[in-house]
Design a protein around this ligand. Structure first.
Ligand code: TYD
Length: 208
């Protein structure tokens, strides 16, 4: 029996990493047979691809090249890590997956959601998540959280970034319309405890 593929998505400061810790604790308590992962997930080839994407020296990187590299790293992580776990019946909890490329490269960078989806379909061969939890937060609120944690003020670069993150959010809104069954939007502006309570209910209904 194939396991269940769950992905988490959201903008910066939405609290994805903290939420994942809560979900992991909950799965352990419920004795769920699961793995927790994120791209590139320690997969050597995917790590090498990722370092090309993130290398600050690669200023000439074209947007489509970036999207293809994300898709390539995704493919390798999927084949080496995600598919074997799913095939052995495990629940896979993955921090970001194809929707990140659709929202960031497809929508916010302007490459087109459909275009980026088509290269990703080649990479994932229809292995879409069974459930995607999208943590939604106003970019201003997300940034304020990050800055409060770092104890610093919002600066000019942050403000430039803000516009990009508004576009990322609009991208996710498009995806919610495209995949209404799969993606569940959760209001992440509330306390982590509230967010987790809602997520727990979703997991009880859809996974456990
Ligand atoms: P990361 O350090 O993993 O942070 P986060 O905690 O936000 O997940 O950085 C991931 C960044 O890479 C994030 O800004 C989103 C971006 N990204 C894409 O643009 N496309 C993708 O396909 C993926 C997986 C991530």
């Amino acid at each position: 029996m194939r396991g269940c593929f769950i992905t988490l998505e959201g903008g910066d400061g939405a609290g994805k990493s903290s939420l994942i810790k809560y979900i992991v604790e909950y799965f352990e308590k419920e004795s769920v047979n699961f793995i927790e992962t994120r791209e590139p997930g320690g997969i050597s080839i995917a790590e090498q691809i990722r370092s090309v994407i993130l290398d600050r020296k690669n200023t000439e990187m074209d947007g489509r090249t970036e999207a293809l590299l994300y898709a390539a790293a995704r493919r390798q992580h999927l084949v080496e890590r995600v598919l074997p776990a799913l095939e052995s019946g495990k629940v896979v909890l993955c921090d970001r997956f194809v929707d990140s490329s659709l929202a960031y490269q497809g929508y916010a960078r302007g490459l087109g959601i459909e275009e980026v989806f088509s290269i990703n379909q080649f990479a994932i061969e229809n292995c879409m998540p069974d459930l995607t939890i999208y943590l939604d937060i106003e970019p201003e609120a997300g940034l304020a959280r990050i800055n409060a944690a770092k104890e610093r003020e919002i600066n000019r670069l942050d403000l430039e970034e803000l516009n990009f993150h508004h576009n990322v959010r609009k991208g996710y809104f498009q995806l919610l319309k495209m995949f209404p069954e799969r993606i569940v939007k959760v209001d992440a502006s509330r306390s982590l405890e509230h967010v987790f309570e809602e997520v727990k209910t979703i997991l009880e209904q859809r996974v456990l």
